[in-house]
Design a protein around this ligand. Sequence first.
Ligand SMILES: NC(=O)c1ccc[n+]([C@@H]2O[C@H](COP(=O)([O-])OP(=O)(O)OC[C@H]3O[C@@H](n4cnc5c(N)ncnc54)[C@H](OP(=O)(O)O)[C@@H]3O)[C@@H](O)[C@H]2O)c1
Length: 288
Amino acid sequence: MAREKSKVLVLGGTGYLGKRLVKASLREGHPTFVLQRNENVMDINKIQALLRLRKRGVQFIEASVSNHESLVRALKQVDVVVSALPQTSGPSLEYKVIDAIKEAGNIKRYVPAEYCIDPSRRFHTLEPAKGLAERILEVRKAVQNANIPYTSIAANLFAGWYAPNLLQIDTLLPPKDKVSIYGDGNAKVIILDEDDVAIYTIKTLDDPRTINKTLHLVPPENIVSQNELIEIWEKLIGKKLEKSNVSREDFLAIMEVKKRQKGHFGPYSLLETLVRVGPSGVNVLTGL
Ligand SMILES: NC(=O)c1ccc[n+]([C@@H]2O[C@H](COP(=O)([O-])OP(=O)(O)OC[C@H]3O[C@@H](n4cnc5c(N)ncnc54)[C@H](OP(=O)(O)O)[C@@H]3O)[C@@H](O)[C@H]2O)c1
């Protein structure tokens, strides 16, 4: 007889990754829950997003991460918590979840909001990516110290953020004429489709092999250099792009300018590691 599927609560269920996790959880047959947060009652886009989820079969729990009692009550209704809370608001949300899981006492598995390059690899990078990696490790330690069964997901780079723009910093759209190449462009990165990240994450939940471990998502065909990525795009558009190589010094100067401007450059600061890789160096982003 098939084992009963765990009841899954996705935190941040209407977010960029969260909605994909919800879809994957439903697809894998898990009774799936999201929070209906009080903070959202005047947000028409959120309400519409929640209604779309309900049509797919998602159940709502009225609760908020910032209201401890409500969160503990919510947790008592499920077996597993998958967090897709944002990193941008700092780790405080994740600590609130840890406190609530400790009190609820029934959670069989917790997936903290990571889904990035495994920070325990201690690759060299710039701020703010460096600080983010350190904060993720601190949260991981807090989960371990609280004896909460967990699985960390090392999902490397999300395709939507890094593939169409060919790893450019200033746009999420494909470059039309010119492209900047970090170093010699041969360092490899691992780029994952967000829907695949969601499916792999959900598949770990009832798998005893992944308990208290980090799951590294490294499909061999997803390991690609910037040069290879550009070549794929050039073939698709039938045109060669004008290329300029960015040295480490150039990259540091670009990042200094970005720091002074507003905008979402933070995650791209980790690309500094690409301009560090020498011809015989180990690429710390991929560990290869
Ligand atoms: N590796 C990569 O390239 C990459 C790229 C992007 C993201 N990520 C990772 O993916 C994870 C999720 O990021 P994301 O971009 O999907 O996040 P997001 O879309 O910015 O936000 C996720 C959701 O969290 C909830 N939320 C936001 N602020 C909150 C608050 N103050 N209190 C409680 N809930 C709040 C909201 O959902 P509800 O309203 O439904 O509760 C929101 O939609 C993070 O761990 C991030 O690091 C990785």
